[in-house]
Design a protein around this ligand. Structure first.
Ligand SMILES: Nc1ncnc2c1ncn2[C@@H]1O[C@H](COP(=O)(O)OP(=O)(O)O)[C@@H](O)[C@H]1O
Ligand SMILES: [Mg+2]
Length: 234
């Protein structure tokens, strides 16, 4: 593991308007995550888990407090840095896979590079082919996502999330739509890739089997941390 924290949040909060009043979806969050860690974020529905994940991935930057990833305060990123951050520093895996149905599996895999231009096209193609092979779907390059099973689609989504070697992989209930055995296979794959790619993995999950695979758990309740975490400051 690296020594410098990959993620540093101090007094992190997110407020939403709820009719005439304001509601804190997240409040006073203190969090440090080290490079290479595997963290589970748990808590009841509405606790603020997805809100936190969206902030960590800079999909939402309207927060209170401090949120630094790789030493950069996310609200200060300019458009160019923001595009690079979303495309290259983070990878997302969603419960519902979020593959583009009218594109082939291969084109879905290449999409992060099409959007960012981070790699020369030939290098991206080579990396995408390697990753598809790695997730056991080499033969599916030209297929449309809807011709694949749920587990296969999530494997494609995992490969896509890793295309540009992100340091932070954010998974929002990645096994929520999968049966037990398929979920197990996807989790095994994520574990293996976490070790191979030296990324930090954050799971939002209700599944205790996922929590058991993680180094630690951050429990949210009504927008607050349920207990102080070993890595949290002050
Ligand atoms: N875009 C939004 N507008 C208004 N309220 C929101 C928005 N996103 C989330 N919330 C509210 O913030 C709280 C936390 O939501 P969320 O992070 O999705 O919870 P979880 O993922 O833990 O189920 C909920 O009360 C939800 O209604
Ligand atoms: Mg959620």
């Amino acid at each position: 593991m690296n020594i410098a924290p990959l993620v540093q949040a101090r007094g992190l909060g997110r407020q939403f308007r709820d009719g005439a009043s304001e509601k804190w979806a997240l409040q006073g969050l203190e969090l440090q995550i080290l490079g290479g860690e595997k963290l589970a974020v748990t808590g009841p529905s509405g606790a603020g888990k997805s809100t936190l994940l969206r902030l960590l991935g800079a999909l939402d930057r309207s927060y209170a407090g401090e949120l630094r990833v790789n030493g950069c305060e996310l609200r200060d990123l300019d458009d160019r840095a923001l595009a690079r951050f979303r495309g290259q520093t983070v990878g997302f895996v969603f419960q519902s896979f979020n593959l583009l149905p009218s594109y082939s599996v291969g084109d879905n895999l290449l999409m992060p590079n099409v959007l960012t231009g981070a790699l020369p096209a030939a290098d991206a193609l080579e990396r995408a082919r390697e990753l598809l092979d790695r997730v056991g779907l080499r033969a599916c390059w030209d297929q449309r996502p809807l011709t694949l099973s749920g587990g296969q689609r999530q494997r494609v989504a995992v490969a896509r999330a890793l295309l540009l070697k992100p340091s932070l992989v954010l998974c929002d209930e990645p096994t929520g739509a999968l049966d037990h055995d398929t979920a197990q296979q996807v989790l095994d794959l994520l574990d293996e890739l976490h070790a191979e790619q030296a990324c930090t993995l954050i799971y939002v999950t209700h599944d205790e089997r996922v929590v058991a695979r993680c180094d630690r758990r951050l429990q949210l309740f009504d927008g607050r941390m349920a207990e102080r975490q070993p890595g949290g400051s002050s």
